[in-house]
Design a protein around this ligand. Structure first.
Ligand SMILES: O=C(CO)[C@H](O)[C@H](O)COP(=O)(O)O
Ligand SMILES: [Fe+2]
Length: 227
């Protein structure tokens, strides 16, 4: 079983002081930093580009988990790699050449991930498993933080867990993750949890407790599942 990873999404951080926020979640016990990149075309919102990723890189030693919600994605992979991304995840719905995009990410020396929207089946990744380090299951429709968790994500995670078998591929879940939903997704097989609003709520004084609550809840059900 992969060790549990908690990846706070800086989409819910104070954008006027992102460097400070990244340092605060690093000190609060985050494992990865989740960066939501939106283009106003693939999703109805615009957020962060490679220049901001590069500016944030000196503020933490933690891996940058870059979630690209952009189409096309291939023209921008190198820029995000050079900016300091450690893992780059592209949506299966973002274009016709997923295999080529994953090859390009690996050729840049980065970990490669595929993201599945709520309506996309687990089987979309069946023929690219050899190119994957991570599958990201969206449990909200991408574009905004603070949305309600879509329960069908749990069944999809379980399907992916069975498909992946003992390959070293992480299952990440993103959207509406809080201590309650973390327990459900961890029991189904998710080992990497993104959380935006549930981590950043209450301000910097609460970040450590918020991360710890999600981690404890997920760890408890993952243990029961393994027992
Ligand atoms: O990819 C995303 C939205 O498209 C975000 O990572 C996600 O919504 C996190 O926010 P929250 O935990 O508040 O749902
Ligand atoms: Fe995300």
């Amino acid at each position: 079983m992969n060790p549990l990873v908690i990846a706070p999404s800086i989409l819910s951080a104070d954008f006027a002081k992102l460097g400070e926020e990244v340092r605060a979640i690093t000190e609060a016990g985050a494992d990865w930093i989740h960066v939501d990149v939106m283009d106003g075309h693939f999703v109805p919102n615009i957020t962060i580009g490679p220049a901001i990723v590069a500016a944030l890189r000196p503020h933490t030693h933690l891996p940058f988990d870059v979630h690209l919600m952009i189409a096309p994605c291939d023209p921008y992979l190198e820029a995000f790699a050079q900016a300091g991304a450690d893992l780059i995840a592209v949506h299966v719905e973002a274009g016709p050449h997923l295999h080529r995009s994953l090859q390009a990410i690996r050729a840049l020396g980065k970990k490669a991930g595929v993201v599945l929207n709520p309506a996309s089946p687990a089987s979309s990744v069946k023929h690219v498993l050899d190119l994957l380090d991570l599958v990201l299951v969206m449990s909200v429709n991408p574009g905004f933080g603070g949305q309600a968790f879509i329960p069908s994500a749990v069944e999809k995670i379980a399907e992916l867990k069975a498909m992946i078998g003992d390959r070293p591929i992480r299952i990440e879940v993103d959207g509406g993750v809080n201590p309650e939903t973390a327990a459900l997704v961890a029991a189904a097989g998710a080992d990497t949890l993104v959380a935006g609003s549930a981590v950043f709520k209450g301000g910097p004084g609460q970040y450590a407790a918020n991360i710890a609550a999600i981690r404890a809840s997920a760890a408890a059900t993952a243990r029961r599942d393994a027992a």
